[in-house]
Design a protein around this ligand. Structure first.
Ligand code: GTP
Ligand code: MG
Length: 328
């Protein structure tokens, strides 16, 4: 299950109460104070796990709570502090408060964010001893841990985003150039949620590619799988339009993709892009000729490939590389 938005409550641990206790020894009826301090409440820290790609593991949760600090003991023993809770989130997670204000965005894989501070511990009566009060009868309670209602949103981080009609061959392209195990099938809407794959070049540089579900006319009106998945290519540096040149009307497919993208976020159209004409092995020369004649953008941004037969994929990868700056 792919979950890319979620509401969750986080509660840090409460601080443990301080204790009131006195030393009791057989011949010492009024011993000194021995009540220990409580333990600090545990904090909640969000950290990136680059290997997870959705909030699926939280899907049954409403609340995530960290450990309370334990109450102080006698014999001046302090209560155990709560173990800080590290909650792993996918790279690309946006942490928002209830009013949708962004608190933090995870854009690098070694980032952490202290989300809820654990409650301060209470002091035991041992801590209150002084020259004027040698038998203090007081202790302080621990403070409550911080609580936050959050909206977690995921926008995947990738260099390259593949956009195309269902069945255009996006996942096939992805599979041929990365080691990802995406599903490929001869029917529309095979890909139901975004996939990420890593391309490794000969010089060991790597780029991250996002394959998202197919887009059709009216996707912005929620037709097909809708356009909500487009948010996962919003952070890419280059977009790839994958066109099935063997489709009935590839020109209209291309225009539809541009229109749908515009309806979602017109700024996406200002981003660098390449147009990949796929399935050239099927030799639909008429469509190919028409498309090339129509294509209103720079010729260099048009590439003819066959994902299936791995034709021209080297040219494709070479063209994509200069746009990718992120290090993985
Ligand atoms: N002949 C030919 N068939 C291809 C080529 N690329 C992909 N296909 C076939 O096209 C069909 C769809 O491929 P997918 O990669 O699943 O297409 P997709 O764009 O990911 O489709 P959705 O996930 O439904 O959006 C499969 O049967 C592929 O084998 C190609 O270059 N040539
Ligand atoms: Mg697919």
């Amino acid at each position: 299950m792919f979950i890319d938005s979620l509401k969750l409550k986080f509660i840090a641990g409460n601080g443990g109460n301080g204790a009131v206790a006195f030393r009791r020894e057989k011949y010492l009826p009024k011993g000194g104070p021995t009540g220990g301090d409580g333990g600090m409440g545990a904090s909640i820290i969000l950290i990136v796990n680059p290997h997870i790609m959705s909030f699926e593991k939280f899907s049954r949760k409403k609340i995530i709570k960290a450990e309370n600090g334990k109450i102080g003991g006698s014999n001046t023993r302090n209560g155990k502090k709560g173990q800080n809770l590290f909650v792993e989130v996918p790279l690309g997670t946006i942490v928002k408060d209830e009013k949708d204000n962004v608190l933090f965005e995870f854009t690098k894989k070694d980032e952490q964010f202290l989300l809820c501070k654990g409650g301060k511990n209470g002091k035991g009566n041992f801590s209150f001893r002084s020259s004027t009060n040698q038998a203090p009868n007081i202790a302080t309670p621990g403070k409550k841990g911080e609580e936050k209602f959050l909206n977690l949103e995921l926008k995947l981080i990738a260099d390259v985003g593949l956009i195309g009609f269902p069945n255009a061959g996006k996942s096939t392209l992805m599979k041929q150039i990365t080691k990802s195990k995406v599903k490929i099938a001869p029917y529309p809407f095979t890909t139901l949620y975004p996939n990420l794959g890593i391309v490794e070049y000969e010089d060991y540089s790597r780029i991250l590619i996002a394959d998202i579900p197919g887009i059709i006319k009216g996707a912005h009106l929620n037709k097909g799988l809708g356009i909500s998945f487009l948010k996962h290519i919003e952070r890419t540096s280059i977009l790839i339009f994958v066109i099935d040149i063997n489709n009935e009307d590839p020109i209209s497919d291309f225009q539809t993709l541009l229109d749908e993208l515009k309806s979602y976020n017109a700024d996406l159209l200002k981003r660098p892009f390449l147009t990949v004409l796929n399935k050239t092995d099927l030799q639909n020369l008429e469509n190919l000729k028409k498309f090339k004649k129509f294509y209103p953008f720079k010729k260099e941004s048009l590439i003819e490939i066959s994902a299936l037969e791995k034709a021209n994929l080297d040219i494709f990868l070479k063209k994509v590389k200069p746009f990718c700056k992120t290090k993985y």
